[in-house]
Design a protein around this ligand. Sequence first.
Ligand code: TRP
Length: 376
Amino acid sequence: MEDLSLSEYLNSQLDRLCRIVGIDPKSASLLLADLLGPAGSRPLSLPPAWSSGIADDHTPVEFSVAFNHNERPSVRILGESIDTAPSAATNLVAARKFVETQAARFGLSMSRFDRVRDLFAADEPFGGFGLWHSLVFQRGRQPEFKIYLNPELKGVERAPSLVAEALERLGLSGSYRVALENGVRPGELGRADRLTFFAIDLHDAPHARVKLYLSHHDAHARDVVRAASVVDGVDAEEFGEFCVAAGGETGIFAGRPLVSSYTFLGEMDRPAGYSVYVPIRSYVNDDEEARDRVAALLDRYGFDSAELDRIIAALVTRPLHEGVGLIAHVSLRLGLPRPGVTVYLSAEAYQISPPRPRRRPTAMVHAQPPAGRCAA
Ligand code: TRP
């Protein structure tokens, strides 16, 4: 295992994942190799070449499986291009090159990206990244591509005006206003509520999306309900219940932030869809607990939770209670273009986070401080 390269390790996970879901692994495998570039041949016995923010252990790839009604799940890769001399600036150049190559190969539409690309350029992107890739594989279809741009790359305080300009150019100013009015707590833009990603589908079909992601630090489930309430035809309360089912009765989500996204379609004057992403790994003791919560959620929304176990087994063989973070996020999406649940899975190429100790009633008796004081 120590002698494996990053790409060998990730490719064997991807291969198993694709087979389980019924996708031909060949084209996925080629794209993964392209995405990793020379960084793929680096042995796993060496530390990560770049401290990628994609995953907690800096693996530059995260897998996810999106469950949709009436079709097989799709397998997705979130990935970061890593230059041979990695830095936020050189990686951005490498990322743009990867996108150009795929655009030529697959006939992707760059028109919306082209309208905003100058805004998302910086000599030294703040926050460590400029552009991440999403590759989506579905049985019998060409892969689809989405890019995630960093609204904070010129500084946190410049993100709101940068996003305003980008959405203006795309004819989506009205939607942005509606999103900010409801998706941000008063006075918290750039503070507890941050503009985290600006995503663009690289195709031209009517369901091509622009998505704006917000991170909500120290938020309550009710903040998400309020944010979702502006999307026509979705049951906003459902998002609150989802947060509690995934995150537990935390009250305030004080660990990793809740993330949400608004989907903008066409030139509509309000968001067409909404998603919430619960960083479940901050709110469980171990992956067994995360698995049980996610399985219950899949059942609740009419998906096959047995598939989750096959997916997990495609990625790791370790007992789930021996780590935390394999299931990084779980998300619910409602509204257009299609509702569903997505499970985000860490590759754990470099590290497994140790579980938090589960409190056992008998152990607690011994661990209690003297009477009169309260354990935290
Ligand atoms: N690892 C980062 C985080 O947890 C970015 C990220 C990866 C992310 N996958 C995600 C954020 C899914 C939200 C949803 O924030």
